[in-house]
Design a protein around this ligand. Structure first.
Ligand SMILES: [Zn+2]
Length: 73
């Protein structure tokens, strides 16, 4: 999964959101289908994910980084 600055003027993919997208999420390898999100929705998703993901990262950010690198291979 990679994240890019969204260069096209497309609408945010989040249901009910009418903002222009600021970011594109691309899952490489499969058929290319970008998910475009605006700053606002990205922040909301981040906050949502952080509720289940951040506690471990706060405890040991270096270990988490190592784990992420390992997962990429
Ligand atoms: Zn949005």
């Amino acid at each position: 999964m990679e994240i890019y600055q969204c260069k096209q003027k497309v609408k945010c993919d989040f249901a009910g959101c009418k903002n222009v997208a600021d970011y594109s999420l691309v899952k490489s390898g499969l058929l290319r289908r970008d998910i475009c999100l605006c700053e606002e929705c990205m922040q909301e998703i981040y906050e949502c994910i952080s509720k289940v993901r951040v506690p471990k990262a706060l405890e040991s950010p270096f270990k988490l980084n190592k784990r992420l690198k390992k997962d990429e291979k």
